[in-house]
Design a protein around this ligand. Structure first.
Ligand SMILES: [Zn+2]
Length: 371
């Protein structure tokens, strides 16, 4: 058995996903290591923050340093020295979201300009499978067509059609030993297209399913409403992955609606721009009001930043563009979201997710400062 649901609370689930590199307790927040590194954070630190899985990115690793080179090192686990589970996304999101690089889209695949040197490149489902097999990730994702919010119905319908066509081909392509393959459903918030995409992807019998094409610029209420009715359409006995959410409210909302896995660059991106995720909201550490603030970023947080340093010191580091400041903020932000997710898991096991969530949202909404 690859995935077990060990507790439920309403639509929410706690479970365990078994992978070739160990068990992943769910719900799971997955830190993003786009280029084979969670920016500024080494694998030992990730582990001690409570991370159990990291994401790698097919698009970026294909161009730099190349999957062949990584395969020479025995795969991405050994190359980046992370021995836990790795999920690799397929590159579809990057191809369709990186500005002005898309060249042509047809049944066979997609042509685009590499964001690195502008050279013409092409992804097909077969190549997405081959790259991810070489990387040796524990969970590979299907190449999909992901459209941004505001796309025409015709574009969305074509995205659904190609995503299914490609998923069927990638389903039969060679994989790494023990590698799970997840299908991705598209269709934005369109009830008919989303239902169609889910039905077609589920019929292909993947090891897990992702909701793609959400959190791409549509209003948040629409995102959560779509998750609420579409998550139950996914098989109960397989993990459900919401692609691209990672703020505290968003995490709680998708967990409550039955999502098991989610990822976001937010904790490290905010860290690098000088912001901390706290129960008071986002703190911009560049702000002068922290100049003499002796408190930790978040009272009671066990991360290396909060147990050792004051807001004033971190503000000083950030304003001087010292690497340590940006790193400490990333460590704290990751810890905050990993702890929130682990606490939500415990609340599901105790049958208390609703009260846990409402208390958490109340804490977040009564914050004294905003972003
Ligand atoms: Zn902290």
């Amino acid at each position: 058995m690859r995935f077990e649901v060990t507790a439920t609370d309403g639509a929410a689930r706690a479970g365990i996903l078994h992978t070739a590199h160990g068990d992943l307790p769910t719900p799971a927040f997955m830190p993003v290591g786009t280029k084979g590194t969670v920016k500024g954070v080494d694998p030992d630190e990730l582990r001690s923050l409570g991370a159990r899985i990291v994401l790698g990115n097919t698009y970026h690793l294909h161009f730099r340093p190349g999957a062949e080179l990584i395969a020479e090192f025995g795969g991405l686990h050994r190359f980046m020295a992370w021995d836990g589970p790795i999920l690799t996304d397929s590159g579809g999101f990057q191809v369709f979201s990186l500005r002005d690089t898309l060249l042509a889209l047809d049944d066979d695949g997609v042509a685009f300009r590499s964001v690195y040197d502008g050279a013409t490149a092409r992804f097909t489902p077969e190549l997405a499978a081959e790259i991810q097999a070489r990387l040796g990730s524990d969970i590979a994702m299907c190449l999909d067509v992901c459209r941004q919010a505001g796309s025409s119905r015709q574009e969305l319908e074509e995205a659904v059609r190609l995503t299914t066509l490609w998923a069927a081909r990638q389903r039969t392509a060679p994989r790494a030993d023990g590698q799970h393959l997840f299908g991705i459903a598209q269709g934005a918030s369109d009830p008919e297209l989303r239902r169609r995409s889910i039905a077609e992807i589920v019929a292909l019998e993947f090891d897990g399913h992702a909701l793609g094409g959400l959190s791409v610029g549509e209003p948040r209420e629409e995102t959560f409403e779509t998750v609420a009715w579409s998550a139950p359409l996914l098989p109960e006995d397989r993990p459900r992955y919401f692609m691209g959410i990672g703020d505290p409210e968003g995490i709680l909302e998708v967990i409550e609606r039955g999502i098991d896995m989610f990822d976001c660059v937010l904790p490290t991106r905010l860290g690098r721009t000088g912001s901390a995720i706290t129960w008071e909201g986002r703190l911009n550490l560049r702000n002068a009001r922290f100049a003499r603030d002796q408190r930790p970023l978040q009272e009671g947080c066990p991360c290396p930043a909060c147990t050792t340093f004051s807001r004033a010191y971190i503000r000083h580091l950030v304003n001087q563009e010292e690497l340590l400041g940006l790193r400490l903020l990333s460590l704290h932000n990751l810890r905050f979201l990993l702890d929130l997710t682990a606490d939500a898991r415990s609340a599901i096991e105790a049958g208390k997710l609703a009260s846990f969530k409402s208390e958490a949202l109340e804490r977040l909404s009564t914050r004294q400062v905003s972003a």
